[in-house]
Design a protein around this ligand. Structure first.
Ligand code: GUN
Length: 294
């Protein structure tokens, strides 16, 4: 069993971006600039956004954090996004999800200019991605592809089972793994809450992507010997023995599943670390050129 070390690969991606950013600046070009909007005070969202802002600083990007209280009106938020769309100094815009219930997620995503949509959530980017055209690829699926690429994992002809059909992870990764690319060419089964024979399907899988958000859902009896397991889950579970009062749990029961795998991602230090590196890659591409695919 080999660990897919997201921390290590993310660091390599960030080092490369840092060097490229220094080169951009040396040529007198503008510094890549990410604007992040955070609404409310959800603990996990606070942590993610803080990490994105910190990573920008490490790489040499400019970042702007815009905060609103959870009761912000939808129009105020949309107006702010429109301002950022027009701001030539801003290359990438992200609005951290989930949003408060009174704000329409679709409207928010659709308001972000597609060429600044470094999350890759805008329908224009999703549509282009599906057709294999240059597009911003959502950061978590993109991070998974970067991991597979780094470890030179041959995916061609493998049966991939994706558990979870979210717009952010499950749906896009199912499409990307099926495409005719070096990290694709899989036969993909996309599973969700209504899938009947999930265990049987998982047992047929050469690759399992667990992205359903249920801690330790995937157990050893669902995994075939030699499978590649990608754990996208990262749920806070109460743990009084920890200083923060919680532990981070993936969707995979790591201790029992890992011995059966050829490759597996740990939590933390797997896909989560790659997500931020992939977002940075998208932001660099937004700033550096018209080219939007990693
Ligand atoms: N919430 C969970 N994952 C993400 C992400 O990749 N981008 C944004 N904007 N919000 C998220």
């Amino acid at each position: 069993m080999q660990l897919l070390d997201g921390k290590l690969v993310a660091q390599a991606v960030k080092n490369e971006l840092k060097a490229k950013t220094e080169a951009l600046k040396a040529q007198g070009k503008k510094t890549p600039h990410l604007a992040a909007i955070l609404i409310g005070h959800d603990g996990a969202s606070e942590t993610y956004v803080a990490s994105k802002v910190k990573t920008c600083a490490e790489i040499g990007f400019q970042s702007t954090l815009i905060r609103f209280e959870a009761d912000i009106g939808e129009q105020t938020l949309l107006q702010k996004i429109k301002e950022l769309n027009e701001d030539e100094n801003v290359d990438g815009i992200l609005v951290q999800l989930p949003l408060p219930r009174h704000i329409h997620e679709e409207k928010v995503i659709n308001t972000i200019a597609a060429h600044k949509d470094v999350d890759g959530f805008h329908p224009a980017n999703i549509g282009k991605m599906i057709q294999g055209q240059p597009a911003y690829i959502p950061a978590t699926p993109f991070g998974i592809l970067l991991l597979l690429r780094h470890y030179k994992i041959e995916t061609k002809g493998l049966h991939a089972v994706v558990i979870g059909r979210s717009n952010i992870v499950g749906r896009p990764i199912s499409i990307l793994l099926s495409q005719n690319t070096p990290t694709g060419n899989c036969t993909v089964t996309l599973c969700h809450s209504h899938t009947r024979n999930l265990k049987d399907l998982c047992l047929q899988a050469d690759i399992i992507v667990a992205a359903l958000g249920k801690p330790e859902f995937l157990t050893a009896d669902m995994v075939k010997e030699g499978a590649i397991v990608i754990d996208v889950g990262i749920t806070r579970v109460e743990d009084k023995t920890k200083k923060k009062g919680y532990a981070l749990k993936g969707d995979v029961q790591f201790e029992t599943v890992a011995p059966k795998c050829s490759y597996i991602t740990p939590v933390p230090g797997g896909v989560g670390a790659m997500t931020i590196a992939a977002l940075m890659q998208n932001t660099f591409l937004a700033a550096a050129s018209g080219e939007v695919r990693g």
